[in-house]
Design a protein around this ligand. Structure first.
Ligand SMILES: *Cc1c(COP(=O)(O)O)cnc(C)c1O
Length: 403
């Protein structure tokens, strides 16, 4: 058996294949065992043939693994698959989504740089910028996500990075990623998009002009609420900086978690299709119910950015929120009356979850800040799972009847 034939048959030829094929096969480099599924490489270090080989690998003169804090074949398979799905040159996996955001900013920004962040980002992301990056001389300002003229007015000569989440949590606001990336580039800044809510199955920010994508793989990429993980993807030059930080800081992803995420990606499109179908059905149905004051979901024609969502996303995602009659008491009664849906702040799970943002995920914000962000006491957020839609409606009806 010639070596070329062997390699050619063991690894799939992925030239020109479509997204769903990449989601199943990209990043897999089979060993001489010929395993069909992805193996998990549980090893902290790697052996060298000779002392000279070790020296050459440590010096980076020849490629190859040295230590699993730096590289690991299972983690690399996940990184290659994410890079393929996001249309990135390289991706770097991390222990959590927050570790990914930390590595992104630590590796690409310095003291004296200015960063602009959309107002409605994930709570821990705000804490990271406010409590830690500011301490080390990074200037941080916040801009309402959808307000392009606000972004333009806030960019300074030292603005290095724009950081957004689109769609936002929990109100499903969007920013025009293409327009914002053009704005960033004319001012010499980079645009990073946290693509956790859409996943590459619904939105590919790099193809819309963004420079960097970050993910909490903990959410839809896993898809079944099992493992923590994160990933940053973008061009080679920047990702080598991110890798340099990650391998020194020690926020490496476990190979077991990488394997879970590889399995998650194999069903990503299928799952997102059902998540989205359930979410739009639920959103349209909720809009018709007495006791529901307003529903926030970009798939609804009533959503002010419905057309933009159609343009830059393949579908509208699984997260929706709504205001109920009766303020906080009404919202809590509603949540407590459900019997199927899980009361938990996690999202992106096959199980539907329900949460009261103003007293949980956004509870640390001052009342005025919450009101300014539109997160009132009567708001409930649902991450719509994969259960039967009739069962979800029946459970939510339990909530509606106690309003
Ligand atoms: C959960 C989440 C994060 C943080 O990810 P972890 O894996 O929990 O560290 C970042 N951004 C968004 C949008 C998230 O939902």
């Amino acid at each position: 058996m010639s070596k070329e034939w062997d390699a050619g048959r063991l690894d799939s030829n992925l030239d020109g294949v479509a997204f769903n094929t990449l989601a199943v096969r990209a990043g897999q480099h089979r060993t001489s065992e010929g395993e069909h599924s992805d193996p998990i490489f549980f090893t902290s270090s790697y052996v060298f043939r000779t002392a000279a080989d070790a020296a050459a690998r440590f010096a980076g003169e020849v490629p190859g693994n040295v230590y699993s804090r730096y590289t690991n074949p299972t983690v690399r398979a996940f990184e290659e698959r994410i890079a393929a799905l996001e249309g990135a040159e390289l991706a770097v996996a991390m222990a959590t989504g927050m570790a990914a955001i930390l590595a992104l900013v630590m590796s690409l920004c310095s003291s004296g740089d200015h960063v602009l962040v959309s107002r409605s980002v994930f709570g821990s992301t705000i804490s990271l910028f406010e409590r830690y990056f500011k301490r080390f001389g990074i200037e941080v300002d916040y801009v309402p996500l959808a307000d392009l003229s606000g972004w333009e007015a806030s960019i300074q000569t030292n603005t290095k990075l724009l950081f957004v989440e689109s769609p936002s949590n929990p109100l499903a606001e969007l920013v025009d990623i293409n327009a914002l990336s053009k704005l960033a580039h004319t001012k010499g800044a980079m645009l990073a998009v946290d693509n956790c809510f859409c996943t590459p199955a619904l939105q590919q920010p790099l193809k819309l002009g963004a420079d960097i994508v970050v993910h909490s793989a903990t959410k839809f990429i896993d898809g079944q609420g099992r493992c923590m993980g994160g990933v940053v993807a973008g061009c080679g030059e920047q990702m080598r900086e991110v890798l340099g930080f990650m391998r020194t800081a020690g926020s490496a992803l476990s190979p077991f978690n990488a394997w879970i995420f590889l399995k998650g990606l194999e069903t990503l499109s299928l799952r997102m299709n059902v998540h989205c179908a359930n979410a739009i059905a639920l959103a349209e149905w909720l809009e018709q119910q007495a006791g529901i004051k307003k529903v926030y979901y970009a798939g609804l024609k009533s959503h002010p950015q419905h057309m933009l969502a159609k343009q830059q996303q393949r579908n509208f995602g699984a997260v929706l929120s709504f205001e109920v009659r009766g303020g906080k008491d009404g919202a809590w009664r509603f949540i407590d009356a459900t019997r199927l849906i899980s009361i938990t702040t996690n999202l992106g799970d096959s199980k539907t979850t329900i949460t009261h943002p103003s007293t949980t995920s956004h509870g640390r914000l001052a009342h005025q800040e919450r009101e300014a962000a539109g997160i009132g006491d009567s708001l409930i957020r649902i991450s719509v799972g994969l259960e039967d839609i009739a069962d979800l409606q029946a459970d939510i009806t339990r909530g509606l009847t106690v309003l």
